[in-house]
Design a binder for this molecule. Structure first.
Ligand SMILES: NC(=O)c1ccc[n+]([C@@H]2O[C@H](COP(=O)([O-])OP(=O)(O)OC[C@H]3O[C@@H](n4cnc5c(N)ncnc54)[C@H](O)[C@@H]3O)[C@@H](O)[C@H]2O)c1
Ligand SMILES: O=C(O)C[C@H](O)C(=O)O
Ligand SMILES: [Mn+2]
Length: 551
């Protein structure tokens, strides 16, 4: 049991009861009730945190739909952080899909109907002149370790959600606290809705300047930006501040870990794979680059040899040289297939080389979906793939669940149980032809970004470098259940995400120290204990009233 911390707190009466950071509700002790003017404001009996969790869990169960459960938990978060995080931590696998993917997508689409209480910071186009003032107002007197920002342009697979973008920023921040132990009162969620085109460029820059100037030691996490902005912001600030793009880097890392686990099962090498990526947007390109880089640094391929292992498809079919310039998006250049290779390919009705034809000719060992096109991996595609390889590795990663390129059960049936599978949203186990269950790994960036980010935060790292990300990814891959039992899941489940992300954070912080990016002077051997010491946990502290204390 971690020791109970003591806090000197300056709020009392209603002000402490209505502040979610300090509120304990019926768990305020008798002495605290006297000291903070609460005796008449609470029922007589003092509850433990466990009792409060049991009661809240019962209340939650009375809400039937996932969306109503999500709203209930959102209200609980507005009332009492410790109780909210303690409750979810006790039912992690059951409740992550309620507060995060897939239910959060529904909550975001219904944001204006469900709205009750604001949270985080809204930086909006009509108020762009007061951006600095609004920003400073939110961070006044606070130590911020983590800023999670979304411009809401491409929320999961559901497109532009305007102001509802705050929902994804705060859900991602919650996951950092739950899984890695980032202190939730030291995080800031932001939605950035600051106009279009050139104006947007200027405002994005101004926003990042504010973070760099006033929160120089924070980690800046970008979420669900549109494909062009995502890459531009990352390239611009990567060596100036600890920035992280979850859809590019987090997705790249978790998918690389999945593939490392899968090639462990097939006893092949990463560099032996032929990889088809369907949907060459933010995630598709992030995955492609991450896996390509790993083929170079871990397997010793030359960059140009590694590039040739990939076949990318987008709206225009296979990305090949004869496509118009406007169809080959910046960043895809390394992966454009030569036309000669496809001279006698069968074009589809639109004159493009489609997925089925690519699969037929390439005989891929890996098929990744990040297209938002539900059902794109149809029976013809999957059966064709299964003809060309003994253990097809199929990763339908589009979220939320209804946008998956295929269901795991279909992929399993169409390959007679030979497919190695992982999905972007949670799915139930598949029934194998032999009657056994096959557990579907959830290849979602939330399985790794909390540890990657926390590793950078605890080590006060001035950057989250590619080598730090690789170190974290290798650590995650080493913990894959399939490495012990090839019939088991390709990745650890979300129930073990806290333990797994602790290991990821340690690996990242160790690497930061080794490569000199860290701002702390720890020895590598000390890192494990230091990371453990810095983790926030949802337990109540003991409060002492002090008019000069914290608020
Ligand atoms: N599992 C995860 O961790 C994870 C992480 C990031 C994104 N995603 C999911 O991946 C999907 C894509 O996200 P993104 O951020 O990359 O979006 P994006 O818009 O940047 O990319 C989607 C790409 O798919 C392409 N596309 C659309 N229709 C197509 C079609 N018919 N054929 C081929 N390509 C087509 C688009 O042109 C675009 O380039 C979303 O559903 C998102 O939820 C999952
Ligand atoms: O939000 C998720 O569940 C993963 C990913 O960041 C996405 O955009 O789909
Ligand atoms: Mn995302």
């Amino acid at each position: 049991m971690p020791a109970q911390p003591t806090f000197r707190v300056a709020l009392y009466g209603d002000a402490i009861l209505t502040n979610p950071k300090w509120n304990k509700g019926s768990a305020f002790t008798t002495a605290e009730r006297k000291a903070f003017d609460l005796t008449g404001r609470l029922p007589y009996r003092v509850n433990t945190l466990d009792e409060q969790c049991d009661r809240a869990y019962d209340q939650l169960q009375s809400r039937e739909s996932p969306l109503r459960k999500n709203s209930f938990l959102q209200s609980l978060k507005d009332q009492n952080y410790v109780l909210y995080y303690a409750l979810i931590s006790r039912h992690l696998e059951e409740l992550i899909p309620i507060i995060y993917t897939p239910t959060e997508a529904e909550a975001i689409s219904n944001y204006s109907h469900l709205f009750r209480r604001s949270e985080g910071l809204y930086l909006t186009f009509p108020h762009q002149d007061s951006m600095e003032e609004d920003f400073l107002e939110q961070i006044k007197g606070r130590d911020i370790d983590l800023v999670v920002c979304s411009d809401a342009e491409q929320i999961l697979g559901i497109g532009d959600q305007g102001v509802g973008g705050i929902g994804i920023a705060s859900a991602k921040a919650v996951i950092y606290a739950l899984i890695a132990g980032v202190n939730p009162s030291r995080t800031l969620s932001i939605t950035l809705d600051v106009g279009t085109d050139n104006e947007e460029l200027l405002n994005d820059r101004l926003f990042v300047q504010l973070v760099r100037q006033y929160l120089p030691h924070s980690l800046l996490h970008f979420e669900d930006f549109g494909v062009n902005n995502a890459k531009r912001l990352l390239d611009l600030y990567q060596d100036k501040h600890a920035v992280f793009n979850d859809d590019v880097q987090g997705t790249g890392a978790v998918t690389l870990a999945t593939l490392m686990s899968a090639v462990g099962v097939t006893k092949s090498k990463l560099s032996d794979q032929r990889i088809v990526v369907f949907g060459a947007g933010t995630a598709g390109l992030g995955i492609t680059r991450q896996v390509r880089d790993a083929m170079v640094t871990l397997d010793g391929l030359s960059p140009s040899e590694a590039n040739k292992r990939f076949y990318l498809l987008d709206r225009c079919g296979l990305v090949k040289a004869s496509l118009g310039r406007d169809q080959i998006r910046a960043g895809l250049e390394d992966f454009v297939r030569p036309d000669a290779e496809w001279a006698d390919a069968q074009a589809n009705a639109r004159g493009e080389v489609g997925l089925l034809e690519v699969v037929r000719r390439v005989r891929p060992t890996v098929l990744v979906g990040c297209s938002t096109v539900a059902g794109a991996f149809g029976e013809d595609v999957v059966r064709e793939m299964a003809r060309g390889t003994a253990r097809p590795i199929i990763l339908p990663l589009s979220n939320p669940s209804r946008l998956h390129e295929c269901t795991p059960q279909d992929a399993n049936d169409w390959t007679d149980g030979r497919a190695l599978l992982a999905t972007g949203s949670p799915f139930p186990p598949c029934k194998m032809p032999n009657g056994k269950d096959y557990i579907i790994a959830e290849c979602n960036n939330a399985l790794i970004y909390p540890g990657l980010g926390f590793g950078a935060i605890v080590s006060s790292s001035r950057a989250l470098t590619d080598t730090m990300i690789i170190a974290g990814t290798q650590r995650l891959a080493s913990l894959a259940p399939a490495l012990k039992d090839p019939d088991d899941a390709l990745l650890p489940d979300f129930g073990s995400a806290p333990a797994v992300n602790f290991e990821v954070a340690v690996a990242v912080a160790e690497q930061a120290i080794k490569e000199g990016t860290a701002g702390v002077d720890w020895k590598v051997e000390e890192v494990r204990e230091k990371v453990r010491d810095r983790q926030w946990r949802p337990i109540y502290g003991e409060y002492v009233y002090d008019p000069q204390g914290e608020r």
